[in-house]
Design a protein around this ligand. Sequence first.
Ligand code: FES
Length: 190
Amino acid sequence: MKPDRPSSVAGTPVVAPLVFVPRTSKIPGAGPEPMAPALAAQVNPLIAAHRERAGALLPLLHAVQERLGHVPPMVVPAIAEALNLSRAEVHGVISYYHFFRSTPPGRHVVQVCRAEACQACGADELLAEAEALLGCKSHETRSDGAVTLEPVFCLGLCASSPAVQVDDQLHARMTPARLRQLGEQLEILA
Ligand code: FES
């Protein structure tokens, strides 16, 4: 029968060893991977260009995503240290804004505006159509890596809704038929 508690041998109580780890100590091998030299060579100049600015975090994250297409988790410690923030704060901002991606996007990025003016002109139906045409859900990258579909909030074409951006190109008054045409041109239809 199993004892309810650790037994003792020859009068010596058997207790589980306690390991005290101060909150400030570094655990060898713990923490995210450091940036690879090639990644650091791209990101460090961006950090240097932004670190002295007030409210540098968002512009810096934008710059990193513009350069790399996403914000890799490995850059978070360097950004946190440079801006005197905690890693959790940096990570919190990245995960709060849908705009920021932590993984690389597909070869083409299709963004469908879902803000108010576009919603009033059928953005939800257009997004559903895009999911069907491209064969991937919104916020996802298709398994062949050809396309990422993202809902976004205002592309600045509110007067010509609904608006879509495909890679860097804005398209006003989008319709399912035009979306299909674009998909055919880029060879990204499912
Ligand atoms: S609401 Fe869609 S572009 Fe502004």
